[in-house]
Write a protein that binds this ligand. Structure first.
Ligand code: HEC
Length: 245
């Protein structure tokens, strides 16, 4: 048996045994990540973004909204009371890159969907201080002025598909999506129909208040309004913080 003192006084042996100990720790932590698809719990309702939401998300990233807003409700009582159920890993499963953020100059947005009307969002994004006088959020008036470019939507979806987001191109992939998400959602995830779906979504719900034009605001509000709305947390209300609500 090796005495502890002989390890501590022998630099070579100490280094080797330390590396072995760290190696075991590393393997235990890292190897499960290679099976990440199995380690993220499946949660009903979670789906990839529709084409219009996806464009909104891209604009959210372009404008740097993540520098002031997080999208992760942490599992603490105060967070739960303010924002709602803490975020689940599955909710950002299709986010590439994820928008968890690391700084909150403004509030967390992970559950902002359906909290306000479309009109409120449009007004707030054009001129935040017109609805929240003490706000320090910048004005984003160009979102309403800029026409929405969507010619490259199929390429954007294809790129995400490469990272593992189940957008479908072949009939077999589409069939798999129908099984996984149901017909209505699967149709939205079909890359071949992306433009049609995008235009239809913008027409069906007039996000920016001007049905005649398709603006970046349409996409941005469509995105904001779906954040945190995919999972029905009422069915989990027995949860950890339910007693505080
Ligand atoms: C300089 C920091 C900053 C940036 C950048 C920023 N915001 Fe904000 N945001 C805030 C602050 C502060 C508030 C709280 C006051 C208010 O409601 O205006 C806020 C509030 C919000 C709210 C309301 C949240 C709620 O629950 O009441 C939304 C939605 C929002 N921001 C969206 C955006 C979007 C979209 C962008 C990017 C286009 C953006 N913000 C960029 C600081 C910022």
């Amino acid at each position: 048996m090796i005495k502890h003192e002989s390890i501590e006084t022998n630099v070579g042996l100490l280094i080797i045994l330390s590396l072995v100990a760290m190696g075991i720790g590393g393997l235990v932590e890292i190897v499960p990540l290679f099976y990440i698809n199995d380690t993220i719990e499946k949660v009903e309702g979670v789906r990839p973004y529709t084409p219009l939401e996806l464009r909104g998300r891209d604009i959210y990233i372009r404008e740097g909204c993540y520098t002031c807003h997080s999208q992760m409700v942490r599992p603490f009582r105060d967070e739960d009371l303010r924002y709602g159920h803490y975020s689940l890993a599955a909710e950002s499963q299709y986010d590439h890159p994820f928008q968890w953020g690391s700084k909150r100059t403004g509030p967390d947005l992970a559950r902002v969907g359906k909290k306000y009307s479309n009109e409120w969002h449009v007004q707030h994004l054009i001129a935040p201080r017109s609805v929240v006088p003490e706000s320090i959020m910048p004005n984003y008036p160009w979102l309403l002025e800029n026409e929405l470019h969507y010619a490259d939507i199929t390429e954007r979806m294809r790129a995400l598909k490469k990272t593992g987001v189940p957008y479908a191109e072949s009939p077999a992939e589409h069939a798999a999506n129908v099984e996984k998400f149901g017909e209505a959602v699967a149709n939205q995830l079909n890359i071949n129909d992306a433009e049609k779906n995008l235009l239809r979504a913008a027409e069906a719900d007039n996000f920016d208040g001007n049905p005649a034009r398709l603006s970046e605001m349409d996409a941005m509000v469509a995105y904001l309004q779906m954040l945190g709305t995919l999972v029905d947390f009422n069915q989990y209300d027995e949860g950890y913080f339910a007693e505080f609500r």
